[in-house]
Design a protein around this ligand. Structure first.
Ligand SMILES: [Zn+2]
Ligand SMILES: [Zn+2]
Length: 236
């Protein structure tokens, strides 16, 4: 039996776990810790709560799985998060690097009626402004930008990591979902160019950007342990 209401913290974790599932990455404590940039003990404690509340179960190999209730609940929160982000950018005109945190606050408190209204307001949009599908099960397979070989044609699908610093960085350099171009690479940077624009990001950031590529390496989603936004590494 699940409790009537999950806490906001529980919902945040379930969102990350849902993303791991979408990305076909193993649902483990280590991967959750990595994706949320939290310590292993913190994550361990919350997983215990999610298990107790009936949202998550543990497989024989210690990996985690959603219960039926957990999966339904996670899908709802994820859908609301992405919908709110799209509403904030398209309807309210808030830049896409500023909507993730706002959506993370609003997603826990929305009524089905408000959700219905927002859905109507966003028109034909099918993804959040960072490229994640609002409707479950419609994620287009991609590869990390960092995996793509020089000279390939790429189209940016989505930002796998929506950390605020990272979104500001991507906005500043001009990288956004839908951008198409040809790839060139150096030791430190990956560049997409087309007739209008040349956009470069660090290799570390390129791991967090999923693209469709031609020719394409095998589909995969990367989960880097540390993000490097500039030439200077931070955290040292
Ligand atoms: Zn977000
Ligand atoms: Zn988003």
């Amino acid at each position: 039996m699940t409790r009537e209401h999950a806490t906001e913290a529980e919902e945040e974790y379930m969102e990350t776990m849902y993303w791991l599932m979408e990305a076909e990455l193993p649902m483990t404590g280590a991967n959750i810790a990595r994706a949320m940039q939290l310590s292993a003990p913190t994550v361990h404690e919350m997983i215990g709560r999610l298990e107790k509340d009936g949202y998550v179960s543990r497989n024989a190999d210690k990996s985690l799985a959603f219960t039926e209730d957990g999966k339904r609940h996670a899908a709802e929160v994820v859908r609301r998060h992405r919908l709110v982000e799209r509403f904030l950018t398209d309807v309210l005109g808030i830049p896409w690097d500023e909507v993730h945190e706002e959506a993370s606050r609003l997603e826990h408190a929305m009524s089905p009626v408000l959700e219905e209204r927002m859905l109507a307001a966003i028109g034909d949009a099918t993804t959040c402004p960072h490229g994640h599908p609002i409707k479950a099960g419609t994620r287009e397979p991609g590869v990390p930008l960092s995996d793509v070989e020089e000279g390939a044609k790429v189209r940016v699908l989505r930002f796998e990591n929506e950390a605020e610093d990272l979104l500001h960085y991507l906005m500043d350099v001009g990288l956004e979902p839908g951008l198409e171009g040809e790839l060139t690479a150096s030791e430190d940077e990956v560049t997409i160019s087309n007739g209008d624009r040349t956009v470069s990001v660090t290799r570390s950031v390129a791991e967090t950007v999923s693209v469709a590529a031609d020719p394409s390496p095998p589909p995969r989603t990367a989960l880097p342990s540390q993000l490097v936004l500039g030439k200077e590494r931070y955290g040292r």
